[in-house]
Design a protein. Structure first.
Length: 304
């Protein structure tokens, strides 16, 4: 059995429902609008709005990124198209354990009952590109491009624009235009940065602030950043736990509040492949970068 796959970003996507059905699995639509795919002795629960699945009760992201000795999840959601849910092929192979053979733009597998049949389904492509359909025609699709942990070009935002009270702004546009972020002259203390973070969606948690899509009571796997005001040696701490285009933009904004002329420079350091723990001196501040197994912790010293 073969089905057509799609390239979205640097990943190949495949329709999970067709594959599960053809391989003899079961599909259950749950009352909470999630879907359970029972295949290969595993129960895979998928919510198309989330960047992770639940396999036998364990949260499993669709993609991860390795930086140094630690691994972080990448915000990448499934794609809905033509009544099916497309997920990365590598996820189906490495996490679900399905035997899939990728050849060019197709993925082959052994179907139950009729191993000689073939089928093609509409592909999903990144925005503005062409995708093929069952009848051989092509059409432009408007699906969202795959998300990246931290942009490889710190001068260009990874997503549509936003404005903030710190004087750093970006222009809008679906898919993200490349507006350069101007620096500003103000320098903020930890307490002042804390007050500004409420405008970026941070909420109070245990004496500090957290950025979680469900607020202070959201599960930890939804937390994207934490912030704390410190004393003595360091003035503040910013901990980055997850990354997606919108969060990347907020990271840039925060760094430019703390380091008006070198915030983008620090962002480019954090975006370096194989990032190592290190201590820097930037704009009169000691900046201590700690690469942890859960994310990147950054301590900022007071201005000397």
């Amino acid at each position: 059995m073969e089905v057509v796959i799609s390239k979205c970003g640097n990943l190949s996507y495949a329709p999970i429902s067709i594959i599960v059905k053809q391989m003899g699995g079961e599909i259950t639509n749950n009352v909470d609008k999630t879907t359970t795919y029972t295949i290969n002795g595993k129960k895979v629960v998928i919510d198309e709005k989330l960047s992770f699945s639940v396999i036998d009760g364990t949260y499993v992201p669709y993609e991860t990124k390795t930086i140094g000795d630690w691994t972080i999840p990448v915000f990448r959601t499934p794609v809905s198209k033509d009544g099916d849910t497309y997920v990365p092929v590598d996820f189906l192979v490495s996490k679900v354990g399905l035997k899939l053979d990728v050849k060019d733009n197709q993925v082959a597998f052994e179907a139950v009952g009729d191993n000689n049949s073939t089928s093609t389904v509409a592909t999903i492509s990144t925005s503005g590109s062409q995708s093929s359909s069952n009848n051989g025609s092509s059409k432009s699709t408007g699906v969202v491009e795959s998300n990246r942990p931290i942009s490889n070009n710190p001068s260009k935002p990874s997503s549509g624009g936003s404005s903030n009270s710190g004087g750093t702004s970006t222009s809008g546009g679906s898919g993200g235009s490349g507006a350069t972020q101007p620096t500003h002259s103000a320098t903020y203390t930890g307490s002042e940065v804390k007050e500004k973070l409420y405008g970026l969606g941070f909420v109070d948690l245990n004496g500090g602030l957290t950025l979680n899509q469900y607020g202070a009571k959201g599960a930890i796997n939804f937390t994207k950043m934490d912030f704390s005001v410190l004393s003595n040696k360091y003035d503040m701490n910013l901990t980055i736990l997850q990354s997606d285009p919108e969060t990347d933009q907020k990271i840039k904004t925060i760094l430019n509040w703390i380091l008006p002329s070198q915030g983008n420079h620090l962002y480019s350091i954090l975006d370096t492949s194989g990032l190592q723990s290190q201590t820097l001196e930037l704009e009169g501040r000691t900046v201590n970068i700690r690469v942890q197994n859960y994310g990147i912790a950054i301590d900022f010293g007071p201005i000397k």
